[in-house]
Design a protein around this ligand. Sequence first.
Ligand SMILES: [Zn+2]
Length: 85
Amino acid sequence: MTEQLIKAEIRVEKVYLCPHHPEITGFCDCRKPKHGLIVQALKEYKIDPMCSILTGDKERDILAGQNAGTGKNLYIQPLLKKGVF
Ligand SMILES: [Zn+2]
């Protein structure tokens, strides 16, 4: 995904990944729909959540954005199915 964004001339500052799995490491705050990684990024880059747009292709992505208080949460799964991206 990062390569596709860079090809589209979108600068990627950092990628945040949840290293946990509920069955192996137990539950965490960063696995979606939890919003720990989003909050971490908002703090790290001093981003106003209300001025932010989250895109996701899973319902849990949108829930994570809503839990983090992002201003707009765009569900792009229908667009992916149409081949827009
Ligand atoms: Zn995690």
